[in-house]
Design a protein. Sequence first.
Length: 202
Amino acid sequence: MAAPSRIDILVLASLARIPMHGYELKLELQYKHVRWWAKCEHGHLYAALKRLEDRGWIRGKDKRIGGRDRRVFSITAAGRRWLADSLRELATSDDATYFDVDLFLSSSFTMEQGEFIALLEERRGVLERQLAGARQLRENLGELIPAVGRLIMEHRIEHLEREIEFERRAAAELEKLSRWGPFLGDESIVDFLERTQAAVEK
């Protein structure tokens, strides 16, 4: 399976909540401030919608809404399967650099609570093994590593230590939730923004 695309996961997770047209999806991504934490550009949305529809992961249907013709998209069963597989792959891949934990968390409601927390715990185990390996490498190299190399290793070790602690805390907090599901429920993003005047990304 190809590495999951951030924008594909974000769009599919949004459509798993409620069918939306392109403008609503753009508002939802802006509300989630995805440019800030997921490094996703809103301008890639329409290309992603075409790609996802071509792959059969979403289905578009033309509708007249508020006096305008809109193409409303909904996630298909194949799209739900791909999303679930992508999230599992994010959680269990033994990468040596970076786990997109924010992207993983943003799609949490698309899975059962227990399965999601189990994957988060599994991911913590992956990171703990990486941390042990990094510490062993630092010990093995000892004085044979230059200052720049030592700083890089220390940065990696400190990053892993922080990630492990964050994932431990995230799992504990999510396990306590009595209500599991999307924050907005089935409310339209347009209605939510009108009701709350929440800030959106420009």
